[in-house]
Design a protein. Structure first.
Length: 79
């Protein structure tokens, strides 16, 4: 990605940590919307919506895992 290329060229690895922290915070806020309002839950009565939201969860997981791996940090499989 452009971000990774820029980080490598400028030797500014901290930018990746900022990106991953921001992504995790945004996902945390998104996930907690479902706590307050059932319509915002990831798994709902609407199968298509649930599948789309679960795909988003999987994508965030992949990005976080790969980003942490680039930094040499292990990530737990479960929390």
């Amino acid at each position: 990605s452009e971000l990774l290329e820029s980080i490598c060229e400028s030797f500014e690895a901290h930018r990746l940590t900022y990106y991953l922290t921001d992504l995790a915070a945004r996902f945390h806020r998104y996930f907690n919307l479902g706590v307050k309002d059932a319509a915002n839950r990831i798994v709902t009565g609407d199968m298509n919506l649930s599948v789309a939201r679960l795909a988003l969860v999987a994508g965030v997981r992949i990005v976080l895992r790969n980003g942490l791996n680039l930094l040499g940090v292990s990530a737990p499989d479960k929390m």
